[in-house]
Design a binder for this molecule. Structure first.
Ligand code: 5GP
Length: 182
C-alpha cells in the first residue's frame, strides 16, 4: 500500500535479531565453503537490498572469488510485488564457464529470482546456484529452488540489514517488520 505521509511510517519491530542473523550467516558460509572448496567463484550481489548480507557472507569465503553487482528494480514505495523486473545495472563481465552464486535478500513471489536465474543461465556459466537470506514460502507464485537459504519467514513486510522501505531502514542491524495498513 502506498504511503502518503512520512509520519505514518511506524518503527519496525524486531523479527530476526542481529545475533541470530550473524550465526545463520556463518552456517551458510560454512556450507558454501564446503561445496565450493578448490573452485573459483563469481559471487553476484543483487542490488540494492542484498548488499549488507552479501558483504557479511563473502568475507567468510575461503575460495578464490570475484564479485559482481546486478541492479534490479524494487517495489518502489509499494508493499506488494508488481511482478515486473527491470535491470537497472547489468554485469559486463563474461560469466561463461564460471561457477556463479547469486545472492538475494528476499524471495517473496519468486518472480525476481526466477527471472534473474533464467537470464544468467543464458550466459552459460559452468554452474549456477542461488542463496537467499529470506524466503516467504506462503507468497511463492512460481516454482523456484533456493540452493542456500537463511530463514523462512511468514508474510511480514521486512526491513533492515540492507532491506529498505521507501529508502529507509537499510542501516538496521537486525531484520525488522512493518505491519500492513501503516
Ligand atoms: P519477488 O519477485 O520474489 O516477489 O520479490 C523479490 C524482491 O521484492 C526482493 O528482492 C525485495 O526487493 C522485494 N521484497 C519482497 N518482500 C519484501 C519485504 O518484505 N520487504 C521489502 N522491503 N522488500 C521486499
Amino acid at each position: 500500500m502506498p504511503i502518503s505521509n512520512e509520519k505514518e511510517i511506524q518503527q519496525p519491530k524486531i523479527l530476526i535479531p542481529e545475533i541470530k542473523l550473524q550465526s545463520r550467516i556463518t552456517e551458510l558460509a560454512y556450507e558454501i565453503n564446503h561445496d565450493y572448496r578448490g573452485r573459483e567463484v563469481t559471487a553476484i550481489c543483487i542490488l540494492k537490498g542484498s548488499f549488507i548480507f552479501f558483504s557479511d557472507v563473502i568475507r567468510q569465503f575461503e575460495f578464490p572469488m570475484t564479485c559482481e553487482f546486478l541492479g534490479v528494480s524494487s517495489y518502489g514505495n509499494k508493499m506488494v510485488s508488481s511482478g515486473e523486473v527491470k535491470i537497472t545495472l547489468d554485469i559486463n563481465e563474461p560469466l561463461e564457464n564460471r561457477h556463479v552464486i547469486v545472492f538475494e535478500d528476499i524471495v517473496d513471489t519468486g518472480l525476481t529470482l526466477s527471472y534473474i536465474m533464467n537470464s544468467l543461465r543464458a550466459r552459460k556459466p559452468a554452474s549456477l546456484k542461488s542463496c537467499s537470506l529470506l524466503l516467504k514460502p506462503e507468497c511463492l507464485k512460481t516454482e523456484i529452488d533456493v540452493d542456500y537459504l537463511g530463514f523462512k519467514i511468514g508474510k511480514e513486510f521486512v526491513v533492515g540489514y540492507g532491506i529498505d522501505f521507501a529508502g529507509k531502514f537499510r542501516g538496521l542491524r537486525h531484520i525488522g517488520y512493518i505491519e500492513h495498513g501503516h
